[in-house]
Design a protein. Structure first.
Length: 433
């Protein structure tokens, strides 16, 4: 799980890096070196499109609604027949029937006539407004007393009021939400073209790793692959398990080559620092150009992270410690997936809360502090997780968010209002006895 240079147990390793690239610059370098191409696409049922990225604009072929319809229960009228109507001076129109919802009307209103209508029913010919039922009274002689003046189109939902034929309803690159599936149904669209899910290869390296339920002497379980598999699935991508390989140059090279062949993105953990056994960057370079573009990032933890492009595909070299690996994943992989799919993800939710104690950053590096935010009677407070080494996975499990201290900030003082990126719901005090 840990690279050879991480075994000291420090929160950050990699002090031997000659140059650390800022996070935003690192991303820019990789994106610049990715080929400009559209993602592979597939056609799927519209009802299965939730969370998928649309590969083409969705253009309405119909007007929605497809006919003028009543927006209120009441009486469909020719508006001009109601002019001057009031409680003290009602008008009387002859009722010639009713229009139920879902049935085409079979009447044509002439002057002085009306029909009962319900919300959503199609307006009959000759009618251009609806008098609400509250302003009407059915009389025994077959007439209806109307005590309200209406104007053309009043209480009527016009044809195309929701969507006009020929307009772009959903743009290419949109990640479909539940309401979008409803709109596709509204438009009569049964299939959509979407970007194929990206396949993300996940490889762990290290002699110390084992897989299975039984502990082995001097071995540790590989927690990175299951964590990263879940993170990949959360992005809507397909994880591809490349397994565990020992610290053997040929075996690592073969596994990475397989990943580059089979996948759209490859993640490899450990072997990425600057110790004598940390061979992953050199192996990546041997697989193709441009190879390693960034090795060492100005972030704490996760400094040993590296970014490469091989065969037109991004290869992300993650530190071996699970916290470092996960934070580097969050910082680099979602933006790369966005770029490759031509979409945007919803940003992580943020809240502002008051610090319970002082925290420090590292000038020149972006610092990620694991914290717990909870709601109290006094408002939101944020408590930094005290045990927070890069190998302390419980620090991520106990926390519900990050404070990200920018490169140019030394830290934040106790009581200071800070912004927290959340990855779990807030904890709440039990305020009810």
């Amino acid at each position: 799980m840990a690279s050879h240079s991480e075994h000291s147990g420090h929160d950050v390793c990699g002090t031997g890096f000659k140059h650390l690239t800022p996070v935003r610059e690192a991303l820019g370098i990789v994106v610049k070196n990715l080929p400009k191409k559209s993602p592979a696409v597939e056609t799927i049922p519209a009802t299965s499109a939730l969370g998928r990225v649309l590969a083409a604009d969705v253009v309405s072929g119909v007007d929605v609604p497809s006919f003028d319809r009543a927006a209120m229960d009441g009486y469909a009228v020719t508006a001009e027949d109601t002019y001057g109507a009031s409680v003290t001076a009602p008008v009387f129109l002859r009722n010639v029937g009713s229009v139920p919802i879902g049935v085409p009307p079979n009447v044509h209103l002439a002057k002085g006539q009306t029909v009962a209508i319900v919300t959503g029913a199609q307006m009959p010919q000759g009618a251009n407004a609806v008098v609400m039922v509250e302003h009407s009274k059915q009389r025994s002689d077959g007439t209806v007393e109307l005590s309200d003046e209406v104007h053309p189109i009043e209480n009527v939902s016009r044809m195309g009021e929701d969507v006009r034929r020929g307009v772009v309803v959903l743009k290419k690159g949109t990640m479909a939400l539940p309401q979008d599936l409803g709109m596709l149904t509204y438009l009569g669209i049964h299939e959509v073209t979407v970007a194929r899910r990206l396949r993300v290869g996940i490889l762990s390296t290290g002699n110390e790793l084992h897989e299975g339920s039984e502990p082995e002497p001097s071995k540790i379980p590989d927690v990175n692959r299951p964590s990263l598999k879940g993170a990949v699935q959360q992005l809507g991508c397909e994880p591809f398990d490349l397994g565990i390989v020992p610290d053997d140059r040929d075996k690592i090279r073969n596994a990475l080559a397989r990943g580059i062949e089979k996948c759209d993105v490859v993640l490899v953990t450990a072997g990425t620092s600057v110790g004598p056994g940390d061979m992953v960057p050199e192996i990546i370079d041997s697989l193709g150009k441009p190879g390693m573009l960034v090795h060492g990032v100005a972030m704490r933890p996760s400094m040993p992270a590296g970014l490469a492009v091989v065969e037109g595909k991004p290869v992300v070299s993650l530190p071996g410690y699970p916290v470092s690996a996960y934070i580097a994943f969050l910082e680099f992989v979602p933006p790369l997936v966005e770029h490759m799919l031509g979409t945007r993800f919803l940003p992580r939710p943020t809240v502002k809360a008051n610090l319970t104690r002082r925290v420090t950053g590292v000038l020149g590096s972006r610092t990620y502090l694991r914290v717990t935010v909870r709601s109290t009677e006094e408002g939101l407070v944020v408590e930094p997780v005290r045990t927070s080494g890069a190998g302390i996975l419980s620090s991520l499990v106990q926390a519900n968010g990050f404070i990200i201290v920018p490169e140019n900030v030394e830290g934040y003082e106790e009581g200071q209002l800070v912004e927290v990126e959340l990855f779990r719901p807030l904890e709440k005090e039990n305020l009810v006895e």
